[in-house]
Design a protein around this ligand. Sequence first.
Ligand SMILES: O=C(O)C1=C[C@@H](OP(=O)(O)O)[C@@H](O)[C@H](O)C1
Ligand SMILES: C=C(OP(=O)(O)O)C(=O)O
Length: 744
Amino acid sequence: MKDKHNVRCLTERVLVIGLGLIGGSLASALRTRGICRTVIGYDRDKDELETGLRLGIVDEAAADLLAAAAQADVIVLAVPVKAIETVLAEILPVLRTDTILTDVGSVKGNVVRSATRLFGCVPNRFIPGHPIAGSEKSGVAAADATLFEHHKVIITPLPQSDSDAVTLIARMWQAVGAQVLQMDVERHDEVLAATSHLPHLLAFSLVDTLAQEQDCNDIFRYAAGGFRDFTRVAASDPTMWHDIGLANKQAILQKIDEFTAGVGRLRKAIETEDSVAMLGIFTRAKAAREHFSKILSGSAYTQNNMMTKDTTFYAQPGGQVQGTIRAPGDKSISHRSIMLGSLADGVTEITGFLEGEDSLATLQAFRDMGVVIEGPHQGAVKIYGVGINGLRQPPGPIYVGNSGTTIRLMSGLLAGQSFDSELSGDASLSKRPMERVAKPLRLMGAQVETGENGCPPVKIKGGQALKAISYEMPMASAQVKSCVMLAGLYAEGETTVIEPAPTRDHTERMLRGFGYPVDVDGNKVSLAGGGSLKATKIDVPADISSSTFFMVAAAICPGSDITLEHVGINPTRIGVINILRAMGSNLELLNEREVGGEPVADIRIRYAPLKGIKIPEDQVPLAIDEFPALFIAAVCAEGETVLTGAEELRVKESDRIQAMVDGLKTLGADIEGTPDGAIIRGSKMGGGVIESHDDHRIAMSFTIASLRATGNIEIRECANVATSFPNFIELAQHVGIRVRKEEK
Ligand SMILES: O=C(O)C1=C[C@@H](OP(=O)(O)O)[C@@H](O)[C@H](O)C1
Ligand SMILES: C=C(OP(=O)(O)O)C(=O)O
């Protein structure tokens, strides 16, 4: 059945009872999009009904409700929640058994109770619904056929609901542009009490309170944008909100009580001039509001990427790179600055903090554990440390997104707390091994459970007395080392970690910076539990791992000359410099200096022809995150590059050996994967479509590959780049890489 707009008709006759804003808009959308054969409107107010007909919102205006109801295939009850029972009772005698009923009320429990009173139980073809698309306007003249586009509609079917009826109602809403969600009746009412009913009632209450003040005209005259934004919905329909207030009484009272308690805390903080408490409320709220805006714009990096837009990079072949840039702050140091700053006594000030999703996940985790953190604002963060034993139990599981560093380091820290906790992450993190941290923690007396195959979630039972261990790590991992050291802060005795090869030592350096003694003896790192940390200032250098993409870009592309400023050149991170130099790169370290316990330099790199090498295995842990980019350098080098001893690459955000081998083969390069590395031969790269496997470093590596490719490269699933390098595309374009980003 095709209609006049060439859209498939879902049904014949839809009766919309109540031509207010929602009923009128639905009728209009059904009609203009041809979703049913005939839209019939009914409203007790004959003027409204006539207006609806005159404006072309309905095909027919029903003079007789019962006659119209008897003929309808679908009836939409778009009347105020309180009137639903009366209307249902009225049409009950003429209802056909095959008619599908739905409503648009913003409370569902009372609709279900009304139907139960009338029918004995909710009929299986009555599917309660709620479009979340109101506005402060009312009446049929405000009807808008586009009102539901990109809005959510919640339907709350019951166990006995007829599945065809559920499908039809869902498809009807989808056909008018809405996104349909399903929920339990009770859950719907709780959620709506919090997100819709409470803010409306508060707006009414605030305006009413101010309006009763004697000089209210003055107040309103000077009221600015804040007042206007906060109180816009106080112009909503009073009868409707009266009805909702009563219909969802219990859930609303509960939310009013919670809100009153919250305002009470704010009042007390102001009264006692408790700045930390005030800043705590404001910073938590600001972060939550910003997160909410990101969710709405599809740019939030949240659970299973559900709220994230599909991001694709399109890179054109050729070009060269020139200029002076600074990559964002070091991710490893940023994570640690939040962790140690939170556990310190006093206020820690950070500059150069990485505002990427990974380090923001760490920051949010500590906010959730009661730490007041101002910022980040242009890399500046201020942490009001709570002391080594001052963390509070978070309200629920801690979601750390894509960040292996967060989940592994925090496992150690949480093992020493008095409360239980749970850590979980996105689809990529949920496949990464966690037993490597759980095992040593259990040896220390911690109670730690991992999920299926030893992957996240990690569940930690608090209140365990930890004892120090001496732990010989089976793999070279700074995350495992740091996890054990952080648990060691809470253990009785001296904890020692023995590394098979040197790995990044930011935890050791930063602990010392916070005044905590750490003993390093060859490959052994030790610390005694029971000490405390003193707040400090931290200047986070630019991340050498992020800078690598531009170092390799200049190294592979004739005519290139790039300077990367203020890059951290900690000796445990400079594998990439050593490897590029061994391959023949023209790379200079300028202006070497030390900043807050970390060596820093400007790195200038100019094109020079590269040659393949056998990468020394002792460089592997020192360049562990740089291999995806180094693979690109190897393809552009003359001869063969052999990487061995790098099996850890298989358990990063993706299996980085496989992802690079697959991607480079797609481009026609000569590469073979091996269990612990790859053999890469200098070869030509064409164009092609690359899967980044949700891995930021794979996405960025193939972007720079375009400089030497001969065809267009399309790189899929690149939202993940925001975890470590939020402004990558802008910087890449700035230096001359021909890449653009598309988000859908
Ligand atoms: O400690 C850290 O900050 C990190 C350690 C490395 O992981 P492993 O410890 O798993 O090698 C590295 O790959 C990661 O990006 C950051
Ligand atoms: C492996 C990485 O990070 P993490 O382990 O923190 O997810 C990385 O950034 O390359």
